[in-house]
Design a protein. Structure first.
Length: 604
């Protein structure tokens, strides 16, 4: 594979527009800082996002293989519209060394600066990609077929048009971050690609490393140490090549480089769908007033340490994002403006930093005698176009409980948001359940109740209970008291959104048919005793499997058996739908939030 072929993979030339994961909770490089701004934007990865975004770490979430997890996010600029090119790519990876760490400092690059001189195993620091991966990126020649505009990009894969100076963020490889599908091996596995241009889906599916192998140059023994000894000023010294011919020409102490095939991840091709619509310059809900979402079925990749990332690639239509390569660097963009090249040059229509253009000309006898009117455009070629990113904190993938049928649906029910009012939390959100409306199948579906928050929100953020803390619970709502206020309560519905009080648990209207002890655990967030009226004695993390371990803590959707008369007048037993409305008692402040939701069990 040569550079000419590689240039064809220079996909997203990616305008200013942040992306924030709301569920899973996106870190935006936060750990536990009690400030509205994150402490270190370079801790684990390059997000390009506003410092205010993200959620502090709580405790690692756990998801069963095959369970359905609703991913929710917000993005600053539009997607799914004709005024830009947009791609949202979701990926995950698992390995033993992924961790959140205990310091907001960026992990050192050099082993000599880490505990026992081994940064990969220095658990004080958070880490996603490992040091070996970054070092290979740092010393690998960049793809010179890529469009870089007028940015002075250095020679290796740690530099891109968006990161021309090669600034390090954790052990991320900047070139792999900015381009998809990437031509070299990557540890990331593809989940879904959301694109404005679904005609490219076949290409994405075929090129995904889920199903297609990659190649890399394996260096002769000692060659990497030789490169490192040269420092950053290597002059004409050969970098790690990205094509077979140059790899096999590379020699060290009489041994040649080897062009080696790295196998595909061996999992199905990613889903590829039309981008979810969202409006410009509004970091909020999508079409229909709901947060944009995607239902991810957790893969059979059992591991204690995993991480999810979402990349948001966006570009203007000022140049061809799929047909612009290194040959177009510093070239006029006349093709996209439908004008002759000479005319474009006269107007100054070039794609470069802050160009001065001449949209009007003074003509005399058919000739341009003066460029009388000038305008400077606010263009940064490192940002027209641009890639944004958010990542989760570390989480685990668990084997399904053996007591649960292999074909049974498992739905994750989580809490998004953090302490504070709408201004204090933005661009994160206030509290809500995810999903807020969950429809299940009678006797076939299960719910996994689980949520986490943090103990280090800003001290002056609004909310109930102990300052800085996130806490939630699930209590069945009481029925509506005033039928004239729009009551639709009947014998098969429990609770009502119009109420703000929990149901009287002594009346036997147990939530989803749970026994009293399990219902109490949900309603007290696992802590029955103590000063727990505002859940202050509850932990930052609740997982129903830890408190009700039967069936892995999963709650089965059950429909009630009722006796009814058949057409011939005989009594028959049928199962009827059940609808449960519930709330979090702590975060139901009438002034700025209503943390309520419902579950429907359908007899299908």
């Amino acid at each position: 594979m040569g550079l000419k072929v590689l240039a064809l993979f220079s996909v997203i030339c990616v305008v200013y527009g942040d992306v924030y994961m709301q569920n899973m909770r996106g870190s935006n490089n936060r750990l536990d800082g009690a400030n509205r701004n994150r402490r270190n934007a370079n801790r684990l990865f390059d997000s390009q996002n506003n410092d205010r975004g993200g959620y502090n770490v709580g405790r690692g979430m756990e998801y069963y293989v095959g369970s359905k997890l609703r991913l929710e996010w917000t993005n600053q600029h539009s997607c799914g519209e004709v005024n830009n090119n947009c791609e949202i790519i979701v990926q995950y990876m698992c390995h033993d060394l992924i961790r959140d760490g205990s310091t907001t400092k960026t992990i050192p690059e050099h082993n000599k600066n880490c505990f026992k001189k081994d940064c990969n195993h220095d658990y004080e620091y958070g880490m996603h990609e490992n040091n070996t991966y970054y070092q290979e990126c740092k010393y690998t020649e960049r793809n010179k077929g890529l469009f870089t505009a007028d940015q002075k990009v250095r020679r290796t894969a740690k530099t891109t048009r968006q990161n021309p100076n090669g600034k390090r963020r954790g052990y991320e490889c900047p070139e792999e971050r900015d381009y998809y599908p990437y031509w070299r091996p990557s540890p990331w596995k593809d989940v879904v690609i959301m694109t404005n241009n679904v005609s490219r889906c076949d290409y994405y599916k075929k090129e995904s490393q889920n199903v297609k192998s990659r190649f890399r140059c394996v260096l002769p023994p000692g060659y990497m140490e030789y490169l490192k000894s040269r420092g950053d000023n290597r002059g004409g010294t050969q970098y790690i090549p990205i094509n077979q011919a140059d790899c096999e020409k590379l020699t060290h102490d009489g041994v040649s480089g080897r062009w080696v095939e790295e196998p595909a991840h061996g999992i199905p091709s990613p889903a590829c769908i039309k981008s979810k619509k969202s409006r410009d310059n509004h970091n909020g809900n999508g079409k229909g007033g709901e947060t944009n979402s995607y239902d991810w079925f957790i893969p059979n990749d059992i591991h204690a340490q995993c991480v999810l990332r979402m990349r948001y690639n966006i570009s203007t239509n000022d140049f061809e994002n799929w047909d612009t390569f290194a040959i177009d660097n510093e070239a006029p963009v006349y093709k996209n403006f439908g004008m002759h090249e000479t005319t474009a040059e006269e107007h100054g229509y070039e794609f470069k930093n802050n160009p001065v253009v001449h949209p009007f000309r003074v003509m005399e006898n058919g000739q341009n005698i003066a460029k009388a009117f000038k305008l400077r455009l606010a263009i940064n070629t490192a940002q027209f176009a641009r890639t944004f990113q958010d990542r989760s904190h570390a989480f685990s993938i668990l084997a399904r409980p053996t007591s649960i049928p292999v074909d049974a649906e498992i739905h994750n029910l989580n809490v998004r948001g953090k302490r504070g009012n709408i201004v204090q939390t933005y661009p994160a959100t206030e509290y809500d359940f995810v999903p807020t409306n969950l429809t299940l199948k009678c006797d076939e579906s299960y719910v996994h109740f689980q949520w986490t928050g943090s103990n280090s929100n800003p001290g002056n953020n609004d909310g109930q209970g102990r300052a800085q803390t996130d806490r939630s619970n699930v209590c069945l709502l009481d029925k509506n008291k005033y039928p004239k206020a729009g009551d639709y309560h009947d014998e098969n519905k429990y609770g009502h959104y119009g109420s703000s009080y929990p149901s009287d648990m002594r009346k036997g209207e147990n939530f989803m048919g749970l026994d009293d002890e399990s219902e109490q655990k949900l309603c007290t967030s696992g802590t029955v005793n103590g000063d727990n009226v505002e859940l202050d004695d509850a932990g930052v993390y609740y997982n129903h499997r830890h408190h009700s371990p039967k069936d892995g803590g999963l709650v089965k959707c059950r429909c009630e058996a009722k006796t009814k008369l058949s057409a011939d007048g005989t009594e028959i037993e049928v199962k009827v739908n059940g609808v449960w409305y519930y709330l979090c008692t702590r975060n139901n402040n009438f002034t700025n939030r209503s943390q309520k939701a419902k579950i429907v069990c359908e007899n299908v």
